[in-house]
Design a protein around this ligand. Structure first.
Ligand SMILES: Nc1ncnc2c1ncn2[C@@H]1O[C@H](COP(=O)(O)OP(=O)(O)OP(=O)(O)O)[C@@H](O)[C@H]1O
Ligand SMILES: [Mg+2]
Length: 243
């Protein structure tokens, strides 16, 4: 049965309120995302994709409105609860990978779990298993700056998965990848969705949003949603996957 994992109600985010450099980054956004969906936030640069993604991921708070994660309104929760929800619920894949230089691959992957009670050897085992699944285990002791873009991307994905999140948030995940690596990334995301993960991707890359594994495209422009009730894309429509 489908259930709603994310709901935003009339969410508005204003940066620098009441100052000359005030920006209304997103305005009055109400969306619902169901468990197991792959949703693309599409729109030109500056349209509010990253802002909405970071609101959904509890990395910033709305100026107005509610963000409901698994039935709980998180918009005004104290920071320590937000941190917990963030850690338990979301895996983040950023545009610039955000890996830590000078730290090796396995440590980068383990990082999100360091502030938890999980035992070190348990975290390490889990990190190794994920790196293996993404076919990058052989690089476990390499510093991340010595890896290729595609390898760094996979390390970033491994790190996003270490906490076994139910929702993956990816911001322009193909931005620094060529066609082949983008293809690999889509395959990885598709595999995660087959494991029932909900995936929300902010992108203006047609290579991503034209793929059949995307269920819904939410179009943004100037901080608002252009298609308030986006059609669900019929599942295997425009593409046959070679697995
Ligand atoms: N921390 C911030 N402080 C002030 N303004 C911001 C901040 N973050 C974003 N903005 C502004 O909010 C608007 C939306 O930005 P956002 O980063 O969400 O767009 P985007 O759709 O992700 O763009 P891109 O495709 O370039 O990544 C832009 O006008 C941007 O300049
Ligand atoms: Mg962005």
């Amino acid at each position: 049965m489908m259930s709603i994992v994310i709901k935003t109600e009339n969410v508005t985010k204003v940066f620098n309120p009441n100052l000359p450099n005030e920006v209304k980054a997103v305005t009055d956004i109400s969306i619902e995302i169901e468990n197991g969906e792959v949703v693309v936030l599409k729109g030109p640069s500056g349209s509010g994709k990253t802002t909405l993604l970071s609101l959904i991921g509890c990395m910033s708070r709305p100026t107005e409105g509610s963000i409901i994660v698994n039935g709980k309104d998180v918009a005004r929760l104290p920071e320590r609860f937000l941190t917990k929800i963030r850690q338990k619920t979301f895996g983040f894949v950023f545009q610039m990978f955000n890996l830590i230089k000078g730290v090796n691959v396995i440590e980068n992957v383990m990082l999100p779990l360091y502030p938890t009670d999980a035992k070190l050897f348990v975290i390490k085992k889990r990190a190794e298993a994920i790196l293996d699944k993404l076919d990058i285990l052989k690089k476990r002791d390499f510093k991340t700056q010595s890896l290729s873009a595609g390898e760094q991307q996979r390390v970033a994905i491994a790190r996003a998965l270490i906490n076994e999140p139910e929702i993956i948030l990816a911001d322009e995940p193909t931005a620094h990848l060529d066609t082949k690596l983008s293809e690999d990334l889509i395959k990885i995301l598709r595999g995660l969705n087959e494991d029932r993960k909900t995936i929300i991707i902010a992108t203006h890359d047609p290579f991503v949003y034209e793929k059949a594994f995307v269920h819904r495209i939410i179009e943004m422009r100037d901080g608002v949603i252009k298609n308030p009730t986006p059609q669900i894309i019929p599942y295997p429509e425009n593409e046959v996957w070679d697995k």
